[in-house]
Design a protein around this ligand. Sequence first.
Ligand code: C5P
Length: 229
Amino acid sequence: KKDQVIALDGPSGSGKSTVAKMIAAKLGLIYIDTGAMFRAAAYALQHTGIDFTKEKLEPAENQLIEKFFHDHRFQFAPEPGVLILLDNLNLTDVIREHHVSRLASQVSRHKVVRDFLKFWQRDIVKDRPAILDGRDIGTVIFPNAVLKVFLTASAEERAHRRTEELKVRGQTDIDFETILKDIKERDYVDMNREIAPLKKAEDGIELDSTGKSIPQIVDEIVGLWEERK
Ligand code: C5P
């Protein structure tokens, strides 16, 4: 039996979260922003002082990270909006800062982190119908999902969207070129990591959002879900 889940994967800035929120509202699914969970983990793990840019962590570092996850309380509330708490500290806004994107991308390469996130993601969903956006939802987290969509867009379009998003948040000190460069770098890291690399699931459907409106993409995915659920 298939999981009543929409797995929405794709690179950063492809419009996943906007699309996922709208679909969740339309179909009455819970929405899980797994990128936010990786960001929260990355933000919190800064306290360990570990250098996550290196290829492999030492056994002692892995133990420290496991202990860190064990000792702290991570909470994710899908409704009404996305709320992320670490020991009751609200991380919802800080995890959107530009430097946290980079940290998340570095931290997420490591197995010890992905194992924790896998457990956390499945635990939140339990058996409820849900839409999750991320990188490995269709390939690793819910390989049995009813519907798997791989949402893409050109790097330029994604960088443009990110620039606008940061502007709205009041972060104007980073220019388009820097964001484009970072997006390409993150794509590379996400697609080439050893564990759970970003890629379309074999039975996934690729949708390119370049030049399409958000409602158009939402309607396409809702249509696919109605056919399959
Ligand atoms: O989606 P978002 O840009 O918020 O994700 C931040 C980073 O977290 C990504 O660049 C990626 O490295 C990591 N991530 C991941 N797997 C997911 C979601 C996010 O590796 N399911």
